[in-house]
Design a binder for this molecule. Sequence first.
Ligand code: CP
Length: 338
Amino acid sequence: MESSVQSLLKTRDSGIKSFISAHDVTNINALVAKALDYKANPLKDKTLGENKRIGLLFLNPSLRTRLSTQVAAANLGMEPIVFNVDKEGWALEFEEGAIMSGSTVEHIKDAAPVLGNYFDILCIRTFPSLKNREDDYSELYISQFMKYCGVPVISLESATLHPLQSLTDIITIKEVLNQQPVTGNRQLKIVLTWAPHVKPLPQCVANSFAQWVNAWGEADFVITHPEEYELDEQFSKGATITHNQDEALKDADFVYVKNWSTFKDYGKIYENDPAWMMTEEKLKLTNNAKVMHCLPVRRNVELSDEILDGPNSIVTQQAANRVWAAQAVISEILTPIP
Ligand code: CP
């Protein structure tokens, strides 16, 4: 008998479900509802992942992504195993046809199938080099993992996107709206604002947030940043883009604060004007907006203490929701394809 339950993740040509971007999701609202259902009852599917293992591979540091995904897997009865590839593993080569006479020791073609034999699901976190835009935006690392491991892959942040973070962000926005809906004849307004930082950061969180808010399609979405900080249009298209932060913040219901380095002249810091920092004064321009940030945050550089420690900040709620986003995605992958 055919199942009437629709899978919330698409099945790729390989017959495998993976979670790399918003494009992998068939119904964002249904995935958000599933995550909030897990928040209300974390152990409702505590045997779904029994006798299965999930491997969490990190090529970069992490606090939230690492621990929330472990908790999520454990809630589903899975055994999570973390491997800090960058510190404990062999240096991996990702280029096809590479002559490995340099510092890399093991090709992904050899390592990934081995990992695919050890684990039922593989999760991987990589960052961009911020040196070569074409290389970073080709998503070589995560693509090679998916190509060679033979099991579902969950992105724990890639060179250009951070999908578990963005799913969490939509979950958190929905959760707030469930308590305090937008009133009157107004459309929900979400603003993504650039903020200063001391070093060049990836565009991943901003790209990903833009991609998910655009795919979700339930908000008037504005992105504000200094000149020359345009994001890749493949993610930002659909948003209103302005260099006037004050204008952007007007009547906002949610303000997402994040730094990113330049995309066009890749990986640079052109501008670090502290006037772009989100402050209590700027909050007055908004509709008493909730303030979001993916964390870690540079206090009093990106966001002021007064906002982070005040009633409008939902950054802890947001970070806590990482568990439910991960649990909903792992659960979808564990659920047989209808
Ligand atoms: N937001 C986020 O990805 O946090 P971590 O880098 O600590 O995982």
